[in-house]
Design a protein around this ligand. Structure first.
Ligand SMILES: Nc1ncnc2c1ncn2[C@@H]1O[C@H](COP(=O)(O)OP(=O)(O)O)[C@@H](O)[C@H]1O
Ligand SMILES: [Mg+2]
Length: 253
């Protein structure tokens, strides 16, 4: 689904956080939103999801303002995984993932909902913990459960706030590989992410935010030393190996 962010401006209690953010995101892109702490990444994701209403501007999905979507419609279009999933009522991993099917379920769960839930549980290697209480899992396990729940929603746009922050190296790779394959199935996927090396490997499109404004956006070509040094106010070394690019921060400016 084509997503366009049009002149989005947002303030918390009068303090501007996003200013005139405009970006067209083609269907099926895998977008990394990067930038320093406090630059507005999470706020931008919440504006795209429609949880926050921009003070000015709009977010359009196929030319319709997301603020005009009713709840069930929005839940079929957008999946959102916040950075810190809070405590949830006691529930098994299976039932939590099944909850992602809610926008499709009438008065009873259908076999298809259970089949989709089981498939996603297997895809994210959650079988072994499928009957455990989500509140008794490690941060990384919980994070994968909430990603699974958003996938079960079968949204057209998937928004994830620092989805790899709590994960070990193997699961970081697995989750990004999975999201990349999800985006290749035409689900437009946006992640706020700090790890530029992972983003560079998997994402197709980049939005660099600095102090609530777009500092640069585009494909891999914008991942230059100049951009990264000035975005974070640091010095970096760049290495290239097997077609991959790696940034190593070396010093503050
Ligand atoms: N609920 C809130 N109320 C007031 N200010 C907020 C709130 N959430 C975030 N902010 C402020 O908005 C700015 C951007 O925050 P955020 O979008 O979380 O940035 P990022 O995700 O890039 O770290 C920060 O200055 C932050 O302190
Ligand atoms: Mg954030």
């Amino acid at each position: 689904m084509k997503l366009s962010i049009h002149n989005v401006t947002f303030s918390y209690n009068g303090t501007p956080v996003l200013e005139n953010v405009t970006e067209n995101i083609p269907a099926g892109s895998f977008v990394a939103i990067v930038g320093p702490n406090g630059s507005g990444k999470s706020t931008l994701l919440r504006c795209i999801d429609g949880i926050l209403k921009p003070r000015m501007g709009s977010v359009l999905l196929e030319d319709r303002d997301v603020q005009d979507f009713d709840r069930p419609h929005k839940a079929r279009k957008f999946g959102y995984v916040p950075q810190e999933a809070g405590h949830t009522p006691p529930s098994t991993v299976f039932d939590t993932v099944l909850m992602g099917r809610k926008p499709y379920i009438g008065w009873q769960v259908k076999q298809q909902d259970k089949t989709i839930t089981s498939r996603i549980i297997r895809q994210l290697h959650l079988e072994e913990i499928a009957l455990r209480d989500v509140n008794k899992l490690s941060g990384g396990q919980r994070q994968r459960v909430f990603i699974a729940r958003a996938l079960a929603q079968q949204p057209e746009v998937l928004l994830l706030d620092e989805p790899t922050a709590n994960l070990d190296l193997r699961h970081q790779l697995e989750v990004l590989q999975l999201l990349q394959s999800v985006s290749q199935k035409q689900i437009t996927t946006l992640v706020a992410i700090h790890d530029l090396n992972l983003a560079a490997q998997y994402c197709s499109h980049f939005i660099m935010l600095r102090e609530g404004k777009i500092f640069s956006s585009g494909g891999r070509e914008i991942l230059t030393r100049e951009n990264i040094e000035s975005l974070y106010d640091i010095r970096v070394n760049i290495f290239q190996a097997d077609d991959k690019i790696f940034f190593v921060p070396v010093d503050k400016k």
